[in-house]
Design a binder for this molecule. Structure first.
Ligand SMILES: Nc1nc2c(ncn2[C@@H]2O[C@H](COP(=O)(O)OP(=O)(O)OP(=O)(O)O)[C@@H](O)[C@H]2O)c(=O)[nH]1
Length: 298
């Protein structure tokens, strides 16, 4: 039941996934193929796309080699164009520094120490990048975000919350007495239970919430702009939904419950480790007070 930062503390089994579930790309897109942001893909729509270190950018590349507003890409009616926005490390296209130029399929764009590729139309390569990104950021068993991706997003949301002095809440959801379920019905039946719980988590989160499987039988939900009351309410709904669901590992009806630890980011000055530790401490309390309950810190 630990939510420590150490990935070595988690047990994660590799299962075959049903594959990415996102739709394929519509038209042109930008893919980060090297450096910070590796694997990210942004579809280019009609609206201009700002690339930079600023959290307000459409493609955020959080690296010191990238200017806050580094370059802009837009559709001028006939083609996609790119303009450097006075970045300290000038934007380069196919190794040449640019002020403004038209992009063509396959162009390499250097932004700081990251390398982006412009893919001009929906094609197999764009779908390949999408699949790789999905595999790298999602958990194969449940299709929720994986731990590494969740931690990256947690860092981003913490930075945003601190900058705008906004609330941020975290729930850590741990399955109660899961070891006996595995021991009695086997790991495959246990995996089915985890998938079912993940589906319940997915049903209960809202659009902006970020849900992940961060450990073997441990899930997390991050609520950007969410305060303690909203997080507690969500945690309680999740707890009740799991307690009320029918699980039948190995075909045998079985009551499964979860305990939830809720914490909010301290403003100002909160850190990732303090937020995780606070949620973990609340979870520990929920376990020790009898499980199947929600506890809160902070
Ligand atoms: N089926 C399955 N089991 C897993 C997976 N990852 C971890 N587990 C199991 O989850 C169980 C976690 O057990 P414990 O950490 O002892 O905790 P618990 O029995 O749930 O008890 P409490 O957390 O104290 O309520 C272990 O039996 C792990 O083998 C997985 O991917 N699939």
């Amino acid at each position: 039941m630990s939510a420590s930062d150490d990935p070595a503390n988690t047990t994660q089994r590799t299962m075959l996934s049903g594959g990415p579930h996102r739709p394929g790309p519509r038209t042109a897109c930008i893919v980060v193929i090297l450096g910070e942001g590796l694997g990210r893909r942004i579809d280019l729509a009609d609206a201009p796309l700002l690339v930079g270190r600023s959290q307000e950018a459409d493609l955020v590349i959080s690296h010191k080699s990238v200017s806050r507003e580094h370059c802009r890409i837009w559709f001028d009616g006939g083609a996609y164009r790119i303009r450097d926005l006075g970045a300290t490390n000038r934007t380069r296209v196919n190794d040449l520094p640019v002020e403004e130029t038209t992009l063509v399929d396959g162009d390499h764009i250097v932004v700081g120490e990251s390398l982006l590729k412009f893919i001009g139309q929906s094609n197999v390569e764009a779908r390949y990048h999408e699949e790789i990104y999905q595999l790298a950021t999602h958990d194969a068993l449940t299709d929720l975000c994986n731990r590494r991706h969740f931690m990256e997003m947690l860092d981003k949301e913490i930075a945003r919350a601190l900058r705008h002095d906004r609330e941020l809440a975290l729930c850590i959801v741990d399955v109660d007495l899961f070891k006996p379920v595995n021991d009695t019905y086997g790991h495959i039946a246990g995996d089915e239970v985890l998938r079912h719980i993940a589906a319940i988590v997915r049903q209960h989160v809202r659009g902006d919430d970020i849900a992940a499987r961060i450990g073997g039988e441990e899930f997390a939900v991050l609520l950007p702009e969410g305060g303690s009351a909203a997080a507690q309410a969500l945690a309680e709904r999740l707890r009740a939904a799991v307690a009320g669901a029918t699980f039948s590992p190995g075909g045998v009806p079985q009551r499964i419950t979860v305990s939830v630890g809720v914490a909010t980011l301290a403003l100002p000055g909160g850190t990732r480790s303090a937020l995780l530790a606070a949620a973990d401490a609340a979870l520990y309390r929920a376990k020790h007070e009898g499980r199947n309950r929600v506890c809160t810190t902070g």
